[in-house]
Design a protein around this ligand. Structure first.
Ligand code: SAH
Length: 253
């Protein structure tokens, strides 16, 4: 799949594209990322990409012209029959979640537009933007962090990117498993600042370890995200043993 990112700060992406396990997804081309700077499509000596808002007020607004020319260059380069959707990162959008990430990771990709300043001229949004995506109910100074979040989450879902093929199956929110939160993890040393490791994890008994992990997923989710537990129940993903544990642990929650 291919993502074309429109950003005034392409250099912000480089470390994320070159580091960590997700680097393999980008290097192998499983997730192709091309960076486009609207400034390269700006006009005049000053290569203006932003201007003052009509009606006054603070801040600057990203101009429609450079964005439209940048988008046209991307569309020509992608040369697709079915144009890839243009995603604008914005507080207006739906919050990014696992289902959306899974959708993108099974898609042909998208064009991602990172806003800056007060945002993007509404006429460009009306003419070209297909979907708006938010990272949450807070305001970032630019869409780049949201774009990196989406790319990273998509890249780690690609086959072969994580060292252990099953690893993301067990991660939080995976509805194919149960959609619950992940269990706690421990590593050496066995004692750290007076704190030990839960006994089942040291038992060497596979079934006991699996039961402990399952119980932890259930309890953590019941405590922190009861909505996810309810959704798992509705999908028929809770066993009798799961329900028994939850009843038994009611006082702990
Ligand atoms: N004036 C806007 C905020 C602009 S912040 C408002 O109050 O809603 C500049 C850019 O950062 C936005 O255009 C958008 O691309 C990005 N951005 C800010 N908050 C975001 C969020 N929660 N999720 C995704 N992108 C966000």
């Amino acid at each position: 799949m291919r993502f074309d990112v429109i950003t005034l700060f392409p250099e912000l992406f480089e470390p994320f594209l070159a580091s960590g396990v997700t680097r393999r997804a980008y290097a192998s081309g499983q997730v192709q990322v091309r960076l486009w700077n609207p400034r390269d499509h700006a006009e005049g000596n000053y290569r203006r990409v932003d201007d003052r808002p009509f009606g006054g007020g603070p801040g600057m607004v990203m101009m429609a012209g450079p964005l439209a020319r940048c988008l046209a260059a991307i569309r020509a380069d992608r040369a697709e029959d079915q144009p890839a959707p243009l995603v604008l990162f914005s507080p207006i959008g739906r919050h990014l979640d696992h289902a959306a990430v899974q959708g993108w990771s099974a898609s042909a990709g998208a064009v991602l537009l990172c806003g800056r300043y007060e945002g993007v001229d509404q006429r460009f949004i009306d003419a070209h933007v297909d979907v708006q995506v938010s990272l949450g109910d807070f305001v970032l100074s630019g869409g780049e962090i949201a774009a990196v979040a989406l790319l990273d989450a998509v890249a780690r879902l690609q086959p072969g990117v994580l060292h252990d093929a099953g690893s993301h199956q067990l991660d939080s929110f995976n509805p194919a498993l149960d959609g619950l939160l992940d269990c706690p993890h421990y590593t050496r040393p066995e004692q750290w600042q007076g704190a030990g490791v839960p006994a089942p994890l040291l038992s060497g008994h596979h079934a006991q370890i699996e039961r402990w992990r399952r119980d932890q997923r259930l309890l953590l989710t019941a405590r922190h995200r009861p909505d996810l537990l309810q959704a798992a129940r509705a999908r028929g993903q809770l066993t009798r043993a799961d329900e028994a544990l939850l009843v038994q642990s009611q006082d702990l929650l």
